[in-house]
Design a protein around this ligand. Sequence first.
Ligand code: SAM
Length: 639
Amino acid sequence: MNETHLNGESSDIISENVKQLQQLFPEVFVEDSIDFEKLRTVLGEYVDEDEERYNFTWWGKSQALRLAQIPSTGTLRPYPEESIDWDTTQNLYIEGDNLEVLKLLQKNYHNKIKMIYIDPPYNTGNDFVYLDDFTDNMQRYLEITGQKSEKGGKLSTNSETSGRYHTNWLNMMYPRLRLARNLLSDAGVIFISIDDTELENLRKICNEIFGKENFVAQILWKKRSTPPNDKVIGAQHDYIVIYQKQDFKGNLFLRPRTEKQLSRYKNPDNHPKGPWTPGDLMANVKGGRYVQSLYFPITNPRTGQVHYPGENGNWRFNQDKVERLMENDEIYFGEKDNGRPKLKRFLKNVKSGITWTSIWDFSPLNTAGSQEMEQLLGSSGIFENPKPVGLLCDLLKLGSSEDCVVLDFFSGAASTAHAIMELNSYDSGSRKFVMVQLPETTSEKSEPYKAGYSNICEIGKERIRRSGENIKAELAKKYQAQQNQMMVADEKQIMNPDDLDIGFKVFKLDSSNLRKWQVNEEDLETSLFENIENFVSGRSDLDVVYEIMLKYGIDLTLPVEETGSGDHKLFSVGLGALLICLDDEIKTSAAQEIVRLKGELKPEVMRVVFRDSGFKDDSTKTNIKEILRTNGVDEIVSI
Ligand SMILES: C[S@@+](CC[C@H](N)C(=O)[O-])C[C@H]1O[C@@H](n2cnc3c(N)ncnc32)[C@H](O)[C@@H]1O
């Protein structure tokens, strides 16, 4: 049985990296330190000793790299009252600075995210670029969001005259992208919206973080039909830059055929291979140089009519193959059986979709994003330039599988969540979303503020609530119609609206619930007294339960049940895989109750967490541990 002590920090990224290196090259480790000379030898000719090597750097880059590696001292606090379908939903809405949130998600989502879409600030001079604090980023966040000072900090725009214009943007993006890469699964893909201002810099940092060889494409999407007239050349487009985690089969998907394209495939003769469409049996040849073995007569077996290839061609297959096709009834002579022979092309044999192009034209929809928001929220100007749902649905078709997790950590008005629910309702998928957004306050004179939205997270959550309701209502109508047999039999099965997840669990970034052992030398007595109590005052049991799940890397969407009879309250996570007791006075009866639950729930592995200060004395603690050990509890943790 293991015994551990849990502290209030997120996973340590540097030590994870060192562990991986140790697995690859155990020989370069000397008493847990790396012998760089040996590592150099192991890597041989791949080591670049030249000081003038090709390198992209800027002021603050190494500090930004270090920032990505410092564990977060924050946590995510649950807000069931602001959530929808708290007990069942698989979706998350997280309020907070995405750097800290990405650090906190390192354990839970390591290697688990199939698709990331982000639409970061383009750095146009009008959008603000979050400035991280290299000494205490959590503290800065709490000040900015008004949780540490009365006024709340100001988020200023990054102006072109700031002298650190591109540098500020790079310092903001670099650590976030590094952390994001860890979350991508092997088949993972990241899509990043950007315009000309930072395109070049974005490509360079992505080449470094994801590897140049993992660049997939740079889609140019035409977003407006008319150019803005602020310059001689008015930009009508943005870009979507795509990188994959690695070259992996199945990381991207062909464009699904539309209903119209599919309707060309029919099965009038009830062919056992299913629906087909007539395709060419003849191949054109250049300059009359046809191939002798492909030039022969084909006779319609029913009418006796004989056909030769046309003047400029030969058949696509030799005589043997054509005979086999005839035997299998795979040659078609037209509706009236008197036409030239054609090949039956079966739907099941054609590629599952169509190749995507690198230019996407959404120009007729240039204001679609804003219109969609206006329709949903009932007034205009609530959020500037949200992305159109249609664009995001296409990106999801390209990069997500039907049951994966999609992350957007600059989620703004939550257009990505809207698109995920929309697409799921269309293709019966069960994609789940994780939205992350800073609770950026809206100014008092702004439209969103007047409409009752004090920060962008309020807009995002309301957007998901309303779009989810609408999508579900629409789906319910279609489902009912199909149930009433008002739809044609071979049309695709409509998803049961009860299976569509339109809920989300809200979490908010805050400082850890676990008090750190920080002694104030000047007031030793109070300081020691405060530290005996392990939890920050004002935090609930549920806050602590979710922090434990987060630090353990347990899925935050797993059900948490309050259980236990008698003297103790126990929280059971994932049907007994983790049992948490946060009581003040833990007696041996707690151990008996845990053993009883172990027998009842039969989890494969059981871990138990206790509040350390809850043990009255050392002998009760030892007794409890002994009872649990003899009854096969795998791990005990105290916090
Ligand atoms: C361009 S908007 C995204 C719009 C979104 N794609 C949509 O269609 O609704 C970028 C968003 O990122 C948010 N943001 C900027 N810095 C952030 C940070 N450090 N953490 C979380 N969100 C941040 C901004 O508040 C802004 O709402």
